[in-house]
Design a protein around this ligand. Structure first.
Ligand code: UDP
Length: 324
């Protein structure tokens, strides 16, 4: 297939693009390189540098005749979204509306969209399945939920078939070590810990130690980015065959606390990783754990690389190399 990966120079997009190309697809990438990096681009891709907010430019690229779009271009820091909602409204909502409208103009029938566990908000029960109430507690999650609603309407009105992949906490780096680009100004736990271990920032701030969890810190379901890349490939194949839209959770179905991740990172990197405890981050739920039963059933997918040691070891390999 000819596939356009929007946001393909970014952290998750680069892993998805590499695996799609490995499986014999012709991959083109759109990225504005605001958070993505050229280091993540490979010689077998066609690369178009530009912004999804530039509608006429976007249409001119999308009209090149693609079979499917993978859309991962978004701002993703939940904490920042509570302080700068305008940025998230524009980049995530306006950006996606531009993509959807240009996809309609170009007549592309299939979209794989990066959704998020943040659409669910504070869990009413665990593990979280796809039927769980959707009441986001941060603005980032609100934008992802609104985009799922837009996709449902564009399916009904324009026949666009979509896969909404609700990632839990993406972490780790390419199992084969090919993706080398560091995230710029990361806010997520694992890259922040890696930056501290590598001496790029002074300490990890732990956002709250008074959650109703065993050690008081936030519990999340961490999913290895290579597992996510495999899920995108499986989702695209399923979509192309069944021509029916769907939404699935992608998680490891296991919870890890901030302190558990920290301990694994100290052990694997051999670095001390200083910490300080600060207050809770607004909009952060205490505990998120996925049920990925639907992804298993529909796509035959399950997490293979999402144990904490593989997540930390594949991340540290990349950060350590940059240090060297
Ligand atoms: N966290 C933290 N310090 C940081 C970043 C994250 O204590 O610098 C915690 C956060 O409160 C949550 C977990 O780590 O419990 C995962 O946060 P992240 O931002 O990676 O993902 P989120 O679950 O918010 O999407």
């Amino acid at each position: 297939m000819k596939i356009l990966v929007i946001g393909g120079a970014g952290y998750i997009g680069s892993h998805v693009a590499r695996m799609l190309a490995d499986k014999g697809n012709k991959v083109s990438i759109i990225d504005n390189l605001s958070t993505g990096t050229e280091e993540n681009l490979f010689a077998d891709y066609d690369f178009y540098k530009g912004d999804i907010l530039d509608y006429s430019w976007l249409v001119s690229i999308i009209k090149h005749g693609f079979d499917a779009i993978v859309h991962l271009a978004a701002a993703k820091a939940a904490g920042e979204s509570m302080i700068r909602p305008e940025k998230y409204a524009t980049q995530n909502l306006t950006g996606t509306i531009n993509i959807l409208n240009s996809v309609v103009e170009a007549g592309i029938p299939l979209i794989v969209f990066s959704s998020s566990a943040a659409i669910y908000g504070e869990p009413k029960y665990l593990p979280i399945d796809e039927a769980h109430p959707k009441e986001p507690t941060n603005f980032y999650g609100f934008t992802k939920l609104e985009i799922e609603h837009l996709l449902e309407w564009y399916d009904r009105l324009k026949g666009i078939k979509f896969a909404a992949l609700r990632y839990f906490n993406a972490a780790g780096y390419d199992i084969e070590g090919r993706i080398q680009g560091l995230e710029k100004n990361p806010a997520n736990l694992v890259p922040v810990i890696m930056e501290v271990a590598a001496g790029m920032r002074p300490r990890l701030e732990i956002f709250g130690t008074d959650y109703p969890t065993p050690d008081g810190t936030g519990v999340r379901d961490y999913i290895h980015v290579t597992d996510l890349a495999e899920a995108h490939c499986a989702a695209l194949s399923h979509l192309a065959e069944a021509r029916q839209s769907f939404a699935v959770n992608l998680g490891s179905e296991r919870g890890l606390s901030v302190l558990e991740i920290l301990q694994a990172a100290r052990r694997i990197t051999g670095r001390s990783i200083p910490v300080s405890t600060v207050g809770r981050r607004p909009g952060d739920p205490a505990k998120l754990i996925a049920s990925s039963a639907a992804a298993k059933r529909l796509l035959g997918w399950k997490a293979k690389y999402s144990d904490v040691d593989t997540i930390i070891a594949t991340s540290w390999r990349v950060y350590e190399k940059h240090l060297a």
